[in-house]
Every structure is written in C-alpha cells, then in structure tokens.
Design a protein around this ligand. Structure first.
Ligand code: BG6
Length: 466
C-alpha cells in the first residue's frame, strides 16, 4: 500500500495539549472555568500548561514528520479564535493556527482539523451551553468564521468530536462541565449538537471550498454474548444510544425511525425537535466519517438501576466501565478478555467489526480512524527509554484487523494514533498516557519518543514499499 493511498498520523486536541490558557488574547473556556473550581475539580489538575503545544508546536510537528507520518489531527480552541461575546476575532489566535498549518504544509503533513473538541467559550456555557437552543446558531457562526479564515488551507474539516461521549460525560455522568445529571437534558443536548453539526456543514457548503467535511464519532460497536430475541433488542437499543442518533443524521440525513417513539415511551419530552431542523439535516450530510475506535460496547437486556455511565478515573483497575439505560439495556462483560488499568476491555477486533458495520449500514463512505490508542502508565527506564511494548502489541493487532477490513473492501482511508505526544487526559490527569512520544510533565516538558514511535515510523516506511 502506497503512503499516498492512505494517511498515517496521530492526533491531539486543543485543551489537552495547548496550555497557554490565558495567553495570546485567548478567552476563558468552559474547561478553564471547570478546572479552576476546587469544588468541581478536587484533584486540582488542570490543562493550564498541558504539554505546551502552544509554544512547542514546531518540535511536535517535526516529530510527526520524522516519524514518517503524513497527517496530523488537532482541534481549534474556539475561545482562542473568538475570545468573547462580541464575536471579535483574536488576530494572535488566528496567527497561531496559521503557523501550525504552515508547519504542517512545510513537512507535507495533511491537517485534519476539528472545530469543537469539548471546549466551548465560557460565556456560552454561562448562557446554558449546549442546552441553549441558540447553541447551533452560535456554532454555525463560529464555523463560518473559521471557514473564511482558513479556507482551503485545511484539507479536512471536522465539525464536532464525539457528540455522544461528551454529552454522556457532561450531562449524564456529570463529570465534564457543566456537571449535570439528567436524561432529559442529555437528549436535548444531543439533539442540539447534531443540529449544530448540520448547521456548520451548511456554512461549509455555502463557501464551495475544495476541502472535505466530516464529523468525528466514537464508535463503540455494540455486541452481545448471546443471540436471543431479548439480546437482539438490547443490542439494537444499545446501537441507537451509542451510535445511530449521531451517525444516521450525519450520513443519511435523518434520525433513526424508531428513535422518537422509544424516547417518548421512556418519558422524554421531545418538544425541542423542530421541522426546519430535520429539513436542514436532510440537506447537509458529510463527506467522510471520523471514527474514534477504542473498544466495543458489550450489552445485555436491562436488569436494574437508573440510567447512568460509570468510568474509572483513578486507574487502579477497580471500576469496570459500565453503562445502564433503564429499560433498554445495560453493560455485559466477557471476563476472558484483558482490560486496561482503567477498567476498559481490550478487544482489537472491534476495529474490523466497526468498519464492516459501517460498510453494511452506510456503504462506501470514506472513513478515517481518527483516534485509537492504548492507555498505559509509561515510565522512563534507567537508560532513558520508554519501552511501551504493550502499546506496540496493541497497534500491531489493530492494524492487522483494520487492514483486513480494507482488503475486504471497507473504505478506510487513514489512521490516527491517539495521541501524537502525551496529553492531559481530561478528569484522569497526566498519568494516563496514550502518546507515541513521552512528555516529562514534572520537569521541563521534554519530549522523548517512545519505543512505539520508532515502531510506528518503521511500520509506515515498510507499508510504503508494499
Ligand atoms: C476520546 C477523546 O474520547 O478519547 C479524547 O476524543 C480522549 O479527547 C481520548 O483523551 C481518551 O480518553 P481518556 O478519557 O482516557 O483521555
């Protein structure tokens, strides 16, 4: 496979890497406000400095290039480009992203840029954030400004990262800002985000750019251990909850047919749904799908408990990742499979199942694996090296399954390892590492390529010759 036929790269996100939270004219974001509130963020860990990408982007992009990577996924900080409610553009923020793009161009690296990866301006959060029915209009206005500022210099635009995961963590689990726990709000926020996405696509189409636009979804392919009628119903409802309410409208232009009825049956007030929004959806589908692929979701018929999502933010291997949707389904477990230290099942084949599932439901839409990675407590050994053999083994297996799906006709066009260098891992802090390059967060933020970085570099070089 020639390198030009397939993009190989790695990914990051603004809040997790940039730092410089109050430099260069940047406004406050919802994450800045959240991490600085000791009641909400008792651990006190912040992304104020993160890995300092704001000042070290040249070094990081050079590392990508030296690692044979030809694409880089990153996100824009909305509050760096438009710091306040007066909607004035911050020239320093724009200059920063222009330099990042120029650095990519110099190294022959295709930029894949996300407009919204969890961080929104705090003034919007204060007005109700995603729950405010003005949110789609705000997002479309911001997106339009970004398209005008950067135009074709960005070949791949992504509207929003992981609507489902962000909504679940922020409005169901209550761990991400604004820390709410309400199923009604979860549904409303999910709807507003899907509409915000479509409105941004509409802004993009108006400008007739040569670039492509997509959305990034986190696919947890939903599977069951048994194949009975009850399990099949639980599987379908799991798919509705985890995937279809985002991917159907983004790709097919409409919500799944049975979704409104099932939600109303569950007591959800759907009065926020508007006919003009549904029309907008049908007219604004995407060019490509970005799939963040970490694991699958194993479900069984619902037994008990209130709707909720549980994750292990301590990394002691004590809490299993768990999802309950009352009367619909709940998590199941295959204890014969390994788990990471944060209670997440390790199941490499999920990338194959995911690509096959997309092909079956959506045909030939081009798919990027926009994130995939292995969380570890990496450490520097006595020789100054980071021997992350588990990560290499993880990547080898994932590549085997991804390339098998490609050989069988799935239209996967690129892969991004999460993450290019170590980043801030939301509520987990800095000990949960995914990077191909180690960052010494306790001292000088020095970058040290891990063994996996070298392995990936050689893998890409080799794949270019085949
Ligand atoms: C994805 C996000 O959900 O997973 C990333 O897009 C995130 O921003 C990554 O960092 C890994 O998740 P976590 O919570 O382990 O950092």
């Amino acid at each position: 496979m020639k390198k030009e036929d397939f993009l190989w790269g790695s990914a990051t996100a603004a809040y997790q890497c940039e730092g410089a939270w109050n430099e260069g004219g940047k406004g406050e974001s919802n994450w800045d406000a959240f991490v600085h509130d000791p009641d909400k963020n008792p651990k006190g860990i912040t992304g104020d400095v993160a890995n300092d990408f704001y000042h070290r982007y040249k070094e990081d992009i050079e590392l990508l290039a030296k690692g044979n990577q030809n694409t880089f996924r990153f996100s824009l900080s909305w509050s760096r480009i438009i710091p306040s409610s007066n909607w004035q553009i911050n020239p320093q923020g724009v200059a920063f992203y222009r330099s990042v793009l120029e650095e990519c161009r110099k190294h022959g690296i295709a930029a894949n840029v996300t407009l919204l990866h969890y961080d929104i301006p705090q003034w919007i959060e204060a007005e109700g954030g995603y729950l405010n029915d003005q949110f789609p209009a705000y997002f479309a206005r911001y997106a339009g400004m970004v398209f005008d500022l950067f135009g074709d210099s960005i070949p791949y635009y992504v509207t929003i990262n992981e609507i489902t995961h962000n909504a679940n963590c922020a409005y169901l689990q209550g761990k991400y800002p604004p820390n709410h726990h309400s199923v009604q709000e979860l549904c409303h926020v999910g709807y507003n985000l899907v509409i915000a996405h479509a409105r941004a696509v509409a802004e993009f189409r108006k400008r007739k750019l040569n670039s492509k636009i997509g959305i990034v979804h986190t696919t947890n392919t939903v599977q069951t251990l048994l194949d009975t009628e009850e399990y099949r119903i639980a599987r379908h409802r799991g798919d509705l909850f985890k995937n279809l309410w985002v991917t159907d409208p983004a790709i097919l232009g409409h919500f799944p047919e049975d979704l409104p009825g099932l939600l109303e049956e569950a007591g959800i007030d759907l009065s926020f749904v508007k006919a003009e929004d549904l029309k907008l959806l049908s007219e604004n589908t995407i060019d490509f799908l970005g799939q963040n692929c970490y694991t699958r979701t194993l479900v069984k018929p619902y037994v008990s408990g209130e709707t909720n999502y549980y994750r292990d933010y301590e990394g002691k291997g004590e809490v299993l990742e768990r999802l309950v949707v009352k009367n619909w389904f709940e998590s199941d477990y295959d204890f014969s499979l390994p788990r990471d230290e944060w209670g997440r099942e390790i199941y490499h084949k999920t990338v194959y199942d995911m690509l096959k599932g997309i092909q079956k439901r959506y045909g030939d839409i081009p798919v990027f694996i926009t994130e995939n990675g292995c969380a570890l407590y990496d450490e520097v050994d006595e020789n100054g090296e980071i021997r992350d053999d588990k990560r290499i083994d993880f990547m080898k297996n994932v590549f085997h399954w991804m390339l098998k799906a490609r050989e069988e006709g799935c239209n996967v066009i690129g892969y991004y390892a999460w993450s290019n260098v170590d980043v801030y891992s939301w509520i987990n802090g800095y000990k949960k590492r995914y990077g191909l390059v180690y960052v010494d967060f306790d001292h000088d933020l020095k970058r040290i390529p891990k063994k996996s970085w070298f392995w990936y570099r050689d893998f890409i070089a080799h794949s270019d010759r085949d």
